[in-house]
Write a protein that binds this ligand. Structure first.
Ligand code: PLP
Length: 404
């Protein structure tokens, strides 16, 4: 039995391609060629050399000794924060831009919430000289001014999505609408393991470089390619998918996913999809999402803009249903504290999304021999304003965090 996608594009009962008629040709075209194109030696060579020389891979696997001393076990950090543009998202956009070129597409569209995926897409479009249009909710455009500026600097056009709550799901709807209207010349770069088949599998495949490297890095450092645990935060689920890809069928490796509880699971301001969600269809795939009884999408909330998506990828929905993974959650406050703790203990300022994963370390009761890898999905530069607002850094200037 495998936890990977089947030939029909399903993970158990989740996934598939539930799309309007008008999108069928574009999605079907992609589905019929993606595996062959990606497997071509010329594609692999170009992908690998860009990951190495442009992105800066392999990203280090770092044994965080101070963090390990505090929580027990041997805690390794997979440093996706050191990638060009500061997160794992670039792995996927590099892969998809190479695919778009082979499909002879001239125009690239993307959706973005916090702007991280928009920046990663604008970056690869600049690199390849392709036109780039990024849809972004008007609310997010106001909240994420530095990333909007980055995208513009890189030559992308940022189009405000003015419907609904004017956030990520609305931007996604606008991007889908654009794709329907421009099926011939346009490739849609989705930013996570969501959307109609083949996107979840394709994005997971591009992100799988994370666990591919973990295997040989762990072998080199510990003599064993398997960790006991892998820990990752989940928005749509792409950094987690990449970190578990080559381990998911090996049930000796425990997988812990962490969702954003926002102001608390039952506060009405949360993005803990697996707890609050139910089965339904969103953005072209069957999965678990936050919705009302009538199927209206419930607005998710998290202080970290990268985690407030109302669904999760179909792969993760299946992993949760089959109990292959354990899902925990962390509130805004717990994530903020974890960000400060990693900064003070290891000299690494993590993204607020990643900090949700770090926030549950204390709940795992690690034994001394346990090896755990945290996917450090991104760096915290983009979150500095939030950290300044919430952490009272002046008062904490000379304090050490607990336990040190
Ligand atoms: C976008 C983002 C996430 C969440 O997206 P996934 O698809 O779940 O990985 C997590 N961490 C960082 C740093 C991000 O930018």
């Amino acid at each position: 039995m495998s936890y990977h996608v089947n030939k029909e594009g399903f993970y158990g009962e989740y996934g598939g391609a539930f799309i309007p008629e008008m999108l069928y040709a574009s999605v079907e075209n992609l589905r019929s060629v993606y595996l062959d194109l990606i497997a071509e030696p010329a594609f692999q060579n170009e992908f690998k050399s860009l990951l190495k020389d442009y992105v800066g891979r392999p990203s280090p696997l770092y044994l965080a000794q101070n963090l390990s001393n505090k929580y027990g076990g041997q805690i390794y950090l997979k440093r996706e924060d050191l990638n060009h543009t500061g997160a794992h998202k670039i792995n996927n956009t590099i892969g998809q831009i190479l695919l778009a070129k082979r499909l002879k597409k001239k125009r690239i569209i993307a959706e973005t919430g916090a702007g991280q995926h928009g920046v990663a897409t604008a970056t690869v479009c600049a690199l390849m000289g392709l036109e780039c249009i990024v849809y972004m909710g008007s609310t997010d455009i106001k909240r994420q001014a530095p990333n909007v500026a980055r995208m513009k600097m890189l030559g992308a056009k940022v189009v405000p999505a003015t419907s609904g709550s004017q956030t990520l799901k609305d931007a996604t709807n606008e991007a889908i609408r654009d794709w329907i209207n421009n099926p011939k010349d346009t490739h849609y770069i989705i930013g996570s393991v969501v959307g109609p088949h083949p996107y979840p599998d394709m994005v997971a495949l591009f992100q799988s470089v994370i666990s591919e490297e973990m295997k040989w890095q762990l072998k080199e450092q510990t003599g064993d390619e398997n960790p006991n645990y892998i820990l990752a935060c989940v928005g749509g689920g792409s950094n987690a998918a990449g970190a578990i890809y080559h381990y998911v069928d090996n049930t000796d490796v425990e997988i812990v996913l962490v969702e954003a509880a926002g102001k608390g699971i039952n506060s009405g301001h949360s993005a803990a999809t697996s707890v609050l969600g139910s089965k339904g269809i969103i953005h072209g795939s069957k999965t678990i999402l936050m919705q009302t009884k009538d199927g209206q999408i419930v607005e998710p909330y998290s202080l970290s803009a990268g985690l407030d998506y109302p669904g999760i990828g179909p792969m993760h929905a299946h992993l949760i249903d089959t109990k292959r993974v354990q899902v925990l959650n962390a509130t805004d406050q717990q994530a903020l504290e974890a960000a400060l703790e990693l900064s003070r203990l290891e000299g690494i300022i993590p993204a607020l999304e990643t900090s949700h994963a770090l926030a549950v370390l204390g709940q795992l009761s690690l034994k001394k021999k346990d090896r755990l890898v945290v996917c450090l999905s991104g760096r915290g530069d983009k979150d500095l304003a939030t950290y300044i607002d919430y952490l009272n850094l002046d008062d904490k200037a000379h304090n050490k965090t607990d336990g040190k």
